[in-house]
Design a binder for this molecule. Sequence first.
Ligand SMILES: *[C@@H]1O[C@H](CO)[C@@H](O)[C@H](O)[C@H]1NC(C)=O
Ligand SMILES: *[C@@H]1O[C@H](CO)[C@@H](O)[C@H](O)[C@H]1NC(C)=O
Ligand SMILES: *[C@@H]1O[C@H](CO)[C@@H](O)[C@H](O)[C@H]1NC(C)=O
Length: 358
Amino acid sequence: MSACPLLLLLLQLLCFCQTAPGYSNGFFYHDVLNGNGNGEIYFNGVRLYVDTTEAPIFAVRGSNVTLPCRYRYEPELTSPRRTRVKWSWLPAGGSHETDVLAAIGRRHRSFAGFKGRVQLRQDSPGEVSLLLTELHLNDTGRYRCEVIDGLEDESATVDLELRGVVFPYQPPQGRYCLNFLAAQRACEEQDSALATFEQLFAAWEEGLDWCNAGWLADGTVQYPITIPREACGGQGMAPGVRNYGTRHRRLHLYDAFCFSSSLRGNVYFLQHPQKLNFSEAAQACEEDGSQIARVGQLYAAWKFTGLEHCEAGWLADGSVRYPIITPRPNCGSQEPGVRSFGFPAQHNEHGVYCFRTS
Ligand SMILES: *[C@@H]1O[C@H](CO)[C@@H](O)[C@H](O)[C@H]1NC(C)=O
Ligand SMILES: *[C@@H]1O[C@H](CO)[C@@H](O)[C@H](O)[C@H]1NC(C)=O
Ligand SMILES: *[C@@H]1O[C@H](CO)[C@@H](O)[C@H](O)[C@H]1NC(C)=O
């Protein structure tokens, strides 16, 4: 609903600078429509095509990515035409498209969270790819490239996905304490975001098995089971992601599935002569010029840099965990993973994992 008035306004703003002052808006609009006012006649028999890639684009947090898009006319046109380009975005798990960028020629404007982070790439004729910099965890979803030429309007979509790691999260208060908003916040506090269904599904394909239901970014509550059992939906059910459907975002309480991607920085187990209680642990990281690591950071380091250390350490939320790549005796279960001891009393003494930004 809001997209159209915005675009129109933008159109006026952009073109006013390019064309002679004194244009009345009405005529000016005709001009943009390539015209003499007869856009549709002029356009007879010519078709506009817009292409992106069918395969999703994968990237990691913090990187730059180009979402390809190009358009062409058939039959080919000899004189250049003035087109408008609009990129919009349907967030993973979302239900509304929002504006990302709108452009006419070499001028463009970006919107909301994309301000200053997007550019149009026009390296060759017909190219209108979107360059998106400094990827955020929540930039995933479906991007629409729309080319508007007079009365013609064609679009194509491309999916952006992040490589990362999904982890189930329970707060110190225990199991099933989070409504949707609290789950969102809990993930953010661990340097992660609520996972999308695609991310949870990919984690299930890689073997994630977790018998507590958690919120996903789309407001549904689900959990991944690879080994069916009585307590987790029944033995008779096939392995899969069990779905409780959309739940009441304020009233219903579950755990969360968080998603983390690569880090600008590194996580390490602090070499320290003594074991530390929780407050000493946080202090020790600071004295080492870093910060006590958050859960999402430990998972990302385990997944992306192969961090492995068979010693329990405090994390920022008060949990105690350690990351294992190669399972062995005395280092937890038979599977690689991040082991958790839950939230011990804070006077207990352990090691600590710190995070240093690079
Ligand atoms: C991403 O692009 C920005 C702006 O073009 C640039 O400053 C930055 O170095 C790039 N980052 C990476 C990781 O390539
Ligand atoms: C997406 O992530 C960025 C950076 O982490 C944050 O500033 C922004 O508020 C988030 N947007 C939404 C809609 O959650
Ligand atoms: C940790 O130990 C210090 C003494 O070294 C003490 O002052 C502090 O209260 C302890 N913190 C906790 C959470 O037990």
